[in-house]
Design a protein around this ligand. Structure first.
Ligand code: SF4
Ligand code: FE
Length: 483
């Protein structure tokens, strides 16, 4: 099948019988729900841009499995050039949506599962790689969005999966049948889960003997029997429910999405299983997926940062502060930080290497440095954006006041900035900054920068492992003349 358009993607979601709860109620029509729809629009952009000739090179690729043109979000990276294009594609989408567009977790999962299943089969003579290749062809041919789902609820962080007081705190196999397995548990913080046609499940940590039931990877339709979701709240989310909401939303069209995905005894047929009990490969899968997703942040967060820098510069222009040297310098600092993140994303891609299975892996050390910087720099960029925006960003009356017959003219008068710039434009740009730093999009730009693709300490462990300190000590000793 050819590439789907954005509209076709949205229609395809209507065919799914997704069970999602929000505010304690089952959502009857998730696709048109005002809180959910902006997140669907963001994913739709991954389809829309792939159909635009000017973005074809970034947004599409030739499948190594079928020889057909596919959306890059379903592609297995065939070179360092592919890895770089991935980062550029994510930056582009960040620029176009100013939020998390969700589809990357699937792409990162495909690449991690592809190479890992190849190595499991080689060691254990299993059939996972064939299962996965067949599955990925299905994904590519139907241009599907997949939630690459890794994070378990984890319960007591000091205990292994099999030692937890409640055995379901890590997703596990509860029954083995001739034709497949039954799984129970949950995946938390799942980005884009309601907007995904399918889920690709992976274990969340390295595992040891005794954790066999937890070392499991498989694919399952999002509306399979036994799966349901509970929608994650975001700061200011109910503004989207306000009648005629527009300016106060900051970003009316696009948004991100996270949810708890519950697996209440879900059957998985044999040919959709990619890991079952080989505990020694759980850690490999985690490391590879996390590595790819840490690379991803050197693209998506940079694109969102581009919008935030542009918004701060515009806000300064609208109140006449743009010529002040400290404002110019703050914009330079924001740009410096943002481009440093991009450098990391590009560098870990350029230093990528082929796996045994043939697809390309990023440089793990550089990808972890990338994400470690992402846990810090967007916070500083946000701080500077708030500095430039001024207090009005958080004290401004609502758009209803601006539209009020008596209050409107007063708001217009006292919140005007530079002559010739409509006060509404000033409001719009400040609300956009608010949305990205404190509102719904702050999930993606701030807290997700901290914890998405693994919390800071997870990267520090990987940096320690990859840092080759012995080599560095040898270098120093040699120069210092120590034998
Ligand atoms: Fe994609 Fe970034 Fe969202 Fe992860 S945080 S799904 S990389 S947009
Ligand atoms: Fe993320």
């Amino acid at each position: 099948m050819a590439l789907k358009t954005g509209a076709e993607y949205i229609e395809s979601l209507r065919a799914l019988d997704i069970k999602v709860y929000m505010f304690g109620e089952l959502v009857e029509n998730p696709v048109d729900h005002p809180i959910i729809r902006p997140s669907i629009n963001a994913v739709a952009m991954t389809y829309e841009l792939a159909n635009q000739p000017e973005y074809e090179d970034l947004m599409t690729a030739t499948s190594n499995l079928t020889g057909e043109k596919v959306n890059r979000f379903t592609h297995l990276h065939q070179s360092t050039d592919d890895l770089r294009k991935k980062v550029k594609m994510l930056r582009l989408l960040g620029q176009k949506t100013a939020t998390c567009f969700q589809r990357c977790v699937g792409m990162d999962a495909f690449n991690a599962v592809f190479s890992t299943t190849y190595e499991i089969d080689k060691k254990y003579n299993t059939n996972y790689h064939d299962n996965f290749v067949k599955y990925l062809k299905f994904v590519q041919e139907n241009d599907l969005t997949i939630d690459g789902a890794m994070t378990d609820p984890k319960g007591n962080r000091g205990l292994a999966p099999s030692q937890q007081a409640d055995p379901d705190l890590f997703l596990r196999i509860v029954e083995e049948r001739e034709d497949g397995i039954v799984v129970r548990g949950a995946k938390a913080h799942q980005t884009g889960s309601i907007n995904s046609h399918e889920h690709l499940i992976m274990p969340t940590i390295a595992m040891r003997e005794g954790d066999e039931a937890y070392a499991v990877s498989f694919a399952v339709p999002t509306d399979a029997d036994g799966i349901f979701m509970i929608y994650g709240r975001q700061s200011c989310d109910t503004r989207k429910l306000e009648e005629g909401a527009d300016i106060d939303l900051g970003n009316k069209t696009f948004g991100g999405q996270e949810a708890l995905v519950v697996f209440d005894d879900v059957f998985i047929p044999k040919d959709r299983i990619f890991l079952k009990g080989e505990v020694d490969f759980a850690g490999v899968l985690v490391e590879r997926f996390a590595g790819y997703h840490r690379q991803s942040y050197g693209g998506c967060k940079v694109g969102v940062g581009d919008v935030l820098i542009g918004a701060a510069a515009t806000a300064a222009e609208f109140n006449g502060a743009h010529k002040a040297s400290h404002v110019k310098d703050k914009l330079i600092e924001m740009t410096h930080l943002n481009e440093t993140l991009y450098c990391c994303g590009i560098a870990c891609s350029a230093e990528g290497y082929p796996t045994e299975a043939g697809n390309y892996q990023i440089d793990l050390l550089l990808a972890n440095v990338c994400k470690q910087n992402v846990t810090r720099f967007p916070y500083e960029i946000t701080r500077l954006a708030e500095d430039i925006a001024g207090g009005l960003m958080v004290t401004m009356p609502s758009e209803k006041d601006f539209k009020h017959p008596k209050l409107g003219p007063i708001c217009e008068k006292y919140f005007s900035g530079v002559e010739g710039v409509p006060t509404e434009h000033r409001m719009r740009i400040l609300r956009l900054i608010e949305n990205m730093t404190l509102g719904t999009a702050a999930v993606g730009y701030r807290t997700e920068s901290m914890h998405g693709a693994g919390s800071p300490q997870a990267q520090r462990i990987m940096i320690a492992r990859q840092s080759n300190l012995e080599h560095k000590k040898d270098l120093a000793k040699k120069i210092a003349g120590i034998k």
